[in-house]
Design a protein around this ligand. Structure first.
Ligand code: PLP
Length: 449
């Protein structure tokens, strides 16, 4: 039974600083990389289920789930209670893997039980970036090779090694070292770099991974990394066959296949806890974060035993890896996803949402493409369906119009013209109807203006 617990949010119990006070302090003390969403940024102070509340008590339907982080729902009562119990019983607030503690091992057992066959080891980190860093280092250590092949338009995190594999100029820093990485062309069916259409396609994008290896490496690689749905890139959704072909190529050239499930994992795509398993991707490592912890700062790397064996003798230490509070929250999240059948809900509600978005597409020419899997849905906006000119301004305006109507969306894509929808997995029909109604109204207002 999907739990809808938003009624439990009490009225505001305290006073909050004004938005201008917070903005002023941010301006004074935050480094210049922090940009809030919206012309008039929102202060979010409370949350429950699929809703978040601002400092004045206004309620918003959160269909971006934090930033693709809320899977079981905001402040799920079971997670809240488990946190209260831990604090009240003076459970150790911090300990590392230098000591024994049941929370990390309970989580490891549960996580491995959801992994594809042959993947039976895991490591924990604080974030998705760190998970990918560990996966890169592991692949390089295990193969003795350096080169990592990534995809244009991909995003794998904000740390140095992960940014080196980022396919967006806007995220990369000046002088970002990108040594020992190379990029293959993106498997984007809407904007195919090979000018193919689905009926004439021969998976040229998969073949391009081989061409990239042959032309920009010495013929052996350490790893290939890809998101099964390319999140920051605008929910680019390659066909299933792409992954089968690419995994074969990667293995032929001696590389390890890293499947970055930071956004797609935790049941979001509606077929399995891991999309890698659902699509049958022959991955050697799977990286996770975001929805895995339902907002707790935890990431992880799943891997095959032989790769883990190759690390024997090395000492990898991460102070907060397996932290009892974070590990407990991730385990509870996994239990809730199972008990409340949230993967199935993501499948059903994802289909319902997709049908609704395709219906909107019939009325609103600004919509060029609707894509994604389960509750990871992208709506690409174009000025003109023939030229596919990026509707970047329109996308920002649409987000503002939805916010005025109490719905919070995300956006992505290299040119910021893709609306991103990734609500908590507990979303119901009524809430999706609200979202579709608000989108319909907002598109209508936008086209009138
Ligand atoms: C696919 C993917 N991988 C990795 C990351 C990095 O995760 P984190 O921000 O937790 O470091 C992100 C973050 O957006 C992501 O979308």
């Amino acid at each position: 039974m999907v739990s809808q617990h938003e009624d439990s949010v009490a009225v505001l119990q305290r006073e909050y600083p004004s938005n201008s006070e917070i903005l002023e302090t941010r301006k004074k003390h935050f480094i210049s990389t922090a940009y809030p969403y919206y012309k008039e940024p929102l202060q979010l102070v409370r949350a429950s289920g699929c809703y978040v509340f601002d400092e004045k008590g206004n309620r918003y339907l959160d269909v971006i789930g934090g930033i693709v982080c809320i899977s079981a729902g905001h402040n799920h009562p079971k997670i809240k209670q488990a946190l209260i119990d831990m604090i009240q019983s003076d459970e150790i607030q911090h300990t590392s893997l230098l000591y024994l503690n049941q929370h990390a091992t309970n989580l490891a057992q549960k996580l491995v039980s959801e992994a594809p066959q042959g993947i039976d080891k895991c490591a924990f980190t604080n974030s998705g970036s760190e998970a990918n860093e560990l996966a890169f280092m592991t692949a390089r250590h295990a193969t003795g090779e350096n080169m990592v092949v990534n995809l244009r338009h991909s995003y794998h995190g904000g740390t140095s090694g992960a940014l080196a594999s980022c396919g967006h100029h806007s995220w990369r820093f000046r002088s970002q070292p990108v040594a020992s990485v190379t990029s293959a062309l993106e498997p984007n069916c809407y904007r195919c770099p090979f000018n193919q259409k689905p009926d004439s396609c021969h998976l040229e994008c998969a073949q391009n991974v081989e061409t990239t290896i042959q032309t920009s490496t010495h013929g052996k690689i350490a790893a290939f990394i890809a998101e099964p749905v390319m999140g920051v890139g605008g929910f680019i959704t390659p066909p299933k066959e792409y992954f089968t072909e690419v995994a074969k190529i990667v293995h032929n050239y001696g590389g390890k296949y890293i499947s970055d499930e930071v956004q797609t994992g935790a049941g979001r795509c509606g077929g399995n806890f891991l999309l890698t398993k659902e699509l049958g991707i022959d991955a050697d490592m799977i990286t996770m974060a975001k929805g895995f912890g339902n907002g707790a700062a935890i990431g992880g790397v799943l891997m095959k035993s032989d790769i883990s064996d190759a690390l024997a003798g090395k000492f990898y230490f991460n102070t907060f890896a397996g932290d009892p509070y974070q590990a407990m929250q991730a385990l509870k999240t996994m239990e809730i996803i199972e008990e409340e059948h949230l993967v199935e809900n993501a499948r059903q509600m994802g289909q319902y949402l997709k049908d609704g978005l395709l219906d909107l597409m019939k009325r609103h020419t600004l919509i060029g493409d609707v894509r994604g899997r389960g509750l990871l849905m992208g709506v690409e906006l174009v000025k003109d369906r023939a030229t596919k000119a990026y509707a970047t301004e329109e996308c920002s305006r649409l987000m503002e119009l939805c916010k005025e109507r109490n719905v919070l969306l995300g956006k992505g894509g290299l040119f910021g013209n893709v609306l991103r929808i990734a609500p908590p997995l507990s979303i119901n029909r009524e809430q999706i109807d609200t979202l579709l109604k608000v989108l319909d109204e907002s598109f209508a207002v936008l086209s009138r203006s």
